[in-house]
Design a protein around this ligand. Structure first.
Ligand code: SF4
Ligand code: SF4
Length: 131
């Protein structure tokens, strides 16, 4: 029992990633979107057509490029020519939380898009554990 309590306390005290910086309103996160089908990024137009039949929200996007890994990149139709969101106050959680402080994403080398004004930092430096 004691070891579970100790584990829980250590977990609470462990270092966490925090998001810092600010949005520079470049619009890149609304233009380089990965969409998923069955937990895999969409790679073909046929897959995109299929998900649109399942969920009408996918009509909000159009194909605008391809990533280095062959996944399609999408742009949101709500982005205007001045990089502003036309539905800003009603945008979804995924938009509100970008870039997300997801531990697994960060540990696996994930980072905000190049040029993004946000960055991640550990809230406790390694040195503080030695002091
Ligand atoms: S990529 Fe970063 S800086 Fe650019 S619009 Fe998105 S959140 Fe803002
Ligand atoms: S809804 Fe707005 S914030 Fe979300 S992807 Fe579209 S343009 Fe960007």
């Amino acid at each position: 029992m004691f070891k579970y309590i100790k584990f829980f306390i250590q977990k609470l005290q462990s270092s966490k990633y925090v998001r810092k910086g600010k949005c520079l309103k470049c619009g890149n996160c609304c233009r380089n979107i990965l969409l998923y089908i069955e937990d895999e990024p969409i790679k073909t137009e046929e897959q995109f057509e299929k998900v649109k039949q399942w969920d009408k929200h996918f009509y909000n996007f159009y194909i605008s490029g391809e990533s280095e890994t062959g996944a399609l990149l999408f742009t949101c139709k709500e982005l205007d020519e001045k990089n502003r969101c036309k539905v800003y106050f009603f945008r979804g959680l995924g938009c509100r939380n970008y870039p997300k402080t997801d531990k697994n994403f960060l540990i696996n080398g994930g980072k905000p898009l190049d040029g993004c004004g946000y960055f991640f930092e550990a809230d406790k430096k390694f040195q503080s554990y030695l002091e």
